[in-house]
Design a protein around this ligand. Structure first.
Ligand code: FMN
Length: 318
C-alpha cells in the first residue's frame, strides 16, 4: 500500500471517483474547476492500482475535504479513515486548523467516529441529502515520513511578515543535531542568522540574479565545514571520499524535514558566496549551504513532485 499526494487531479484519482460517484451513485458533473487547484490524496494497492482517494482545498480559514471514495472491492478495510487521517496530517502541516466536509447524510456516523461534528442543516445535493461536518485539527496531527517527504518542497515565496517561533526553531535545530555522520564526527557548524544578519546572508546567496526570494525568509541557517575527526580522516584517505559534504547534506535533510512537520518552509541554497559568508558569520571553515527558513506565502501551493522514475533511480540485484 502506498499513499501519494498530488497537486491538481491525477488520472489515478479519477480512476476511483468515476466508478464510485458516476457509475455506482449516478452523480453528474463529477470533475469540476476545484480539481485543478485541490490537493488530491490517492491510495494505491500492492499492484500500484489506485483504490481510494479524496481531495482537499482551502476556502477562507477552512480546508474542505471532499470526493472521498473507496472502490467497492476494497471497502470495509479502514481505507477511508486512513485517507481522512492523512488529509488531516497534511492540512496540519500547512498550518490549517479547521477541516470541513459535506458528507452524504448516510456517512455522518463514519465521520462522527473520526471526530467530525455536524455543522448546519441537511441539504440536498443532486438529489442526495448532505450535511456539513467540521473538525478542529490544530495541534492534533502527526505525519509519517513519506507524508513529510511529499509535503516538503523548496519554498521560493516566503512571507516576510511572519516570524519563526523560537520553540519551533529549537526543534528544527535539534533534528539537525541528531542527524548521523561518518564516524559520528559531525564535521560542520550551524550559524543561525535572524534580523539584519539574515538579510545580509540572503544577499550573499544572490549573485547573478539568483535566490532573490531568500531575502523574505526571516531565518537563514549557514552550514559550514569543521575539520574531520581522526577516524573520518583515515576513512577519507583509504576510500578517497571526504564525507563532510555528505554529512552536511544529511543534517540539512533532517533539518528541513522537521521544519515541514512544524508547518514551516525551507529552501536549501547551494548557490552562495562562500568568502562573503565566512566574513559575515565569522566562520573558520567553508560555508557549504544556507537554509532559508520561514513561513510560505499563502499562494505557495504544493507542487507536483518532479523526480526520476523508480526504474531510473533504483536497481535491485539478487
Ligand atoms: C545541495 C542543494 C543546493 C540547492 N541550491 C539551491 C539554490 O541555490 N537555489 C534554489 O532556488 N534552490 C536550490 N536547491 C533546491 C533544489 O533546486 C530543489 O530541491 C529541487 O529542484 C527539488 O525541488 P523541491 O525541493 O521543491 O522538491 C538546492 C537543493 C540542494 C539539495
Amino acid at each position: 500500500m502506498r499513499m501519494e499526494m498530488f497537486h491538481g487531479v491525477p488520472d489515478a484519482a479519477l480512476a476511483v471517483r468515476i466508478p464510485v460517484f458516476v457509475e455506482e451513485q449516478g452523480f453528474v458533473d463529477e470533475v469540476d474547476e476545484i480539481d485543478g487547484v485541490a490537493t488530491h490524496v490517492v491510495l494505491f494497492d500492492e499492484a500500484e492500482q489506485p483504490i481510494a482517494t479524496c481531495r482537499v482545498f482551502e476556502q477562507e480559514d477552512t480546508y474542505i475535504l471532499g470526493r472521498l471514495c473507496v472502490l467497492k472491492a476494497h471497502r470495509g478495510k479502514g481505507y477511508g479513515s486512513d485517507l481522512v487521517a492523512a488529509t488531516e496530517r497534511y492540512v496540519g502541516s500547512v498550518g490549517g486548523e479547521r477541516l470541513a466536509l459535506h458528507s452524504q447524510y448516510h456517512a455522518k456516523g463514519f465521520y462522527e467516529k473520526l471526530g467530525y461534528a455536524p455543522d448546519g442543516e441537511i441539504e440536498d445535493e443532486q438529489g442526495c441529502p448532505h450535511i456539513w461536518m467540521v473538525k478542529v485539527i490544530k495541534g492534533d496531527t502527526k505525519m509519517d515520513f513519506l507524508e513529510i517527504a511529499n509535503a516538503r518542497q523548496s519554498c521560493r515565496s516566503f512571507d516576510a511578515d511572519l516570524v519563526v517561533e523560537p520553540e519551533k526553531l529549537e526543534r528544527i535545530l535539534e533534528a539537525a543535531r541528531l542527524s548521523p555522520s561518518a564516524s559520528n564526527g559531525q564535521p560542520y557548524h550551524l550559524t543561525v542568522c535572524t534580523g539584519e544578519k539574515a538579510k545580509q546572508v540572503a544577499k550573499a546567496t544572490q549573485s547573478l540574479g539568483a535566490n532573490k526570494f531568500s531575502s523574505d525568509a526571516p531565518v537563514q541557517i549557514v552550514i559550514s565545514e569543521k575539520p574531520n575527526v581522526k577516524s573520518a580522516l583515515v576513512g577519507a584517505k583509504v576510500t578517497g571520499t571526504d564525507y563532510r559534504s555528505i554529512d552536511i547534506g544529511i543534517a540539512a535533510a533532517y533539518l528541513t524535514a522537521e521544519a515541514t512537520t512544524q508547518g514551516l518552509s525551507t529552501c536549501i541554497l547551494g548557490w552562495l558566496d562562500g568568502g562573503k559568508l565566512r566574513e559575515l558569520c565569522g566562520l573558520d571553515g567553508a560555508a557549504r549551504l544556507v537554509i532559508s527558513l520561514g513561513y510560505a506565502k499563502a499562494d505557495d501551493k504544493l507542487r507536483a513532485k518532479k523526480r526520476k522514475t523508480t526504474e531510473e533511480l533504483i536497481t535491485v540485484l539478487k
